[in-house]
Each structure stands twice: as structure tokens, then as C-alpha cells.
Design a protein around this ligand. Structure first.
Ligand code: NAP
Ligand code: GLV
Length: 313
């Protein structure tokens, strides 16, 4: 019987994983990552978010590695990662829908200044104010037009936002003004009133949400980061908020997670903190996705959503 080791959600999540895999891949043995009864050479597949460095390389019959998220930087950080094996990024249908919902919520929160209303409510203050613009007057710029970004574009358009997008290679998405590469980044930013980061963590994107980029946005722009904490320099974001260059930020990801109690982001009046929940597909959705890819692999069909070591995502 083929075996998958799972390290996602802790050992306590195993009964749930086993229940869902039993539905979609009844012939798969589903075992906890640290189950000492499983011999390393009996492991065919791994599903993990952040395996300890060196562990994957010690599984001689491993065939496919599954990231339990869309971003697999917690796996590729392993210097001894077996690079010859397929590394599959998580992309069930529900994940892009959830991200689209999060981005729409964040964009509307910034548009309506929901943070200000929440602070006023906490102080029992009835203070009416008018949002400066409508959605139709607020271009949203999405950095990253992959699985997550392209779905977010379509859902934002449904709310009436004009949408612009930026990616590494040229894209053509219905109704979206598309920009490509470093040469077109400034043009992309210049009319983006709400900037949304849905990039993967790579050498090129590391620290991209910093003072030089923020200065290129129109004054008073909003920021949403649902990519990775490594994309942002939090002190630059706070400085831009305090100076009025940014009017608000919704941050879902942080350099250190959980966000430490002492972080100035927690209490900042213009920052909404969410605990890395922009798109968390259910374990059932993920088990179904993994089972489908294992069926493809077993049948010799090509695998979708593979990590590409050359491009870094
Ligand atoms: P994806 O399908 O691989 O899309 C990545 C996009 O980023 C592509 O459009 C790619 O351009 C673009 N890109 C990469 N490097 C770039 C660069 N240097 N300059 C400009 N564009 C660049 O990935 P995805 O599934 O949409 O996920 C994207 C990221 O979202 C993940 O890696 C993860 O960090 C984050 N995420 C976060 C959560 C959360 O809950 N917060 C959930 C899911 C994902 P091309 O199209 O030209 O290749
Ligand atoms: C979550 O952050 C993911 O990459 O899926």
C-alpha cells in the first residue's frame, strides 16, 4: 500500500486528514510525519508545509512532494531538498475562490475605511465620514497574476474596481490592464490606488514592499499583502502610513509568524492584521487535490502546478 507522510496542522489534525484521504484515496496509508513505525524506505509521498531541513532527502523511495500551501518556500528552504522530485504546489479550486474573497474584502475595507469604523466603535464614538472615492474611481493593482491573482482580478471587477496587474511574463486577462517586469513596474504603480501583493517569495520579490516602491504609488494609496512576510519591510510601511503616503494597510503575512506581541503592527490605527488566513483551503479540499495528483502521477499523466527551480516559484 503506498504511504503518504503528513506534516500539516500537527499530529492532532491526523484523524481529519485520514478521514478525508479515505474518501478520495482509500488505498493510501496516511501517517503522521514523526510516526516512528514508518520505515523511511516505505514512504512514497509527503504532504508538508515546513518539513525540517534534511528530512525529505532521507526518504529513498519518495516520489512526489506536496506543499500544503500554494507557496512552497517552507519546503524549498531546505538546502538538501531532493530537487529531482516533483514538488506540487497546492491549488484546489477553493483556494483561489477564498483568496479572491479575501482580496475583495480587503479592498472594500480600505475603500470604506473599516479600520477607522472599528476603532470608533471600540470607543463608542458615532463619527460619520464619507469615503473619498467609489470603487469605480479606485484602480486596484495586483502584483502576481497566477492562480491567486487572476481570480482576484475577476472578482474585483465584479465589484466595479478598475483592475491592473503586474507579472513577470506578459499576460492578457479580460478587462485587466496588464504590465510586465521591472521595466513596467513604475507605470503599473503610478495609477494604482490599492496595491495587492500576491507574489511568491523569491530572490527577486524579497523586500519588494519597501519605501522606494511605496513612494511610487499615488499619495494616500492602500496596501494589501497576502503574499509573504518576506515581501514587506514593516518599518517602511509604518513610516508611509504615518506620513500619509499610505492611507491604510491590510497585512495577512509577516516576516515572523505568529506576529510577536511587541510588533507595532498590532495596534497601529491604520493597519488591519489578519493571521495568515487569506486563503486556507479546507483539509478535505487539499486531500481531494492530492489524491487527484497522485492518480495522475500513477497513470503517468503530466502534473500541474509544479514548482520550477529555475524561476523560483
Ligand atoms: P502562481 O500561480 O505561481 O503565480 C505567481 C505570480 O507571480 C505569477 O503571475 C508570476 O508571474 C508572478 N511573479 C513571480 N515572480 C515575479 C516577479 N519577479 N515579478 C513579477 N511577477 C512575478 O502562484 P499563486 O498560486 O497565485 O500564489 C502566489 C503566492 O501567494 C504564493 O506563492 C504565496 O506566497 C501566496 N499565498 C498566500 C496565501 C495566504 O493565505 N496568505 C495563500 C495562498 C498563496 P508569471 O505569471 O509571469 O509567471
Ligand atoms: C499560504 O500561505 C499558501 O501559500 O497557500
Amino acid at each position: 500500500m503506498p504511504t503518504i507522510l503528513v506534516k500539516s496542522g500537527g499530529e492532532a489534525a491526523m484523524p481529519e486528514w485520514q478521514r478525508h484521504f479515505a474518501e478520495f484515496a482509500p488505498d493510501l496509508a496516511v501517517r503522521w510525519w514523526d510516526d516512528g513505525a514508518v520505515a523511511p524506505d516505505a514512504v512514497d509521498y509527503v504532504l508538508a508545509w515546513d518539513p525540517e531541513a534534511g528530512r525529505l532527502g532521507g526518504l529513498p523511495n519518495l516520489k512526489v512532494i506536496f506543499g500544503s500551501g500554494a507557496g512552497v518556500d517552507g519546503i524549498t528552504a531546505d538546502p538538501a531538498l531532493p530537487r529531482h522530485l516533483p514538488l506540487v504546489r497546492m491549488a484546489p479550486e477553493g483556494a483561489t475562490q477564498r483568496m479572491g474573497e479575501f482580496v475583495c474584502w480587503a479592498a472594500l475595507s480600505l475603500l470604506k475605511d473599516a479600520r477607522r469604523m472599528a476603532l470608533n466603535q471600540a470607543m463608542a464614538q458615532w463619527q460619520d465620514f464619507e469615503p473619498e472615492r467609489t470603487a469605480a474611481e479606485t484602480p486596484v493593482g495586483i502584483m502576481g497574476l497566477g492562480n491567486m491573482g487572476s481570480r482576484a482580478c475577476a472578482m474585483l471587477q465584479g465589484l466595479g474596481f478598475p483592475v491592473r496587474g503586474w507579472s513577470r511574463t506578459r499576460k492578457d486577462l479580460p478587462g485587466v490592464r496588464c504590465f510586465t517586469g521591472a521595466a513596467e513596474l513604475d507605470d503599473f504603480l503610478s495609477e494604482t490606488r490599492i496595491l495587492v501583493c500576491l507574489l511568491p517569495a523569491t530572490v527577486e520579490t524579497n523586500g519588494i514592499l519597501a519605501a522606494p516602491l511605496l513612494a511610487k504609488l499615488p499619495r494616500g494609496a492602500g496596501l494589501v499583502n497576502a503574499g509573504r512576510g518576506s515581501h514587506q519591510k514593516i518599518e517602511d510601511i509604518i513610516a508611509a502610513l504615518d506620513a500619509g503616503q499610505l492611507s491604510g494597510a491590510v497585512l495577512d503575512v509577516f516576516e515572523k509568524e505568529p506576529l510577536p506581541a511587541g510588533s507595532p503592527a498590532w495596534a497601529h490605527p491604520k493597519i488591519t492584521v489578519t493571521p495568515h488566513v487569506a486563503s486556507l483551503p479546507s483539509r478535505r479540499e487539499r486531500a481531494q487535490y492530492v489524491a487527484r495528483v497522485i492518480a495522475d502521477f500513477t497513470a503517468g499523466r503530466p502534473l500541474a502546478n509544479l514548482y520550477d527551480h529555475a524561476r523560483g516559484y
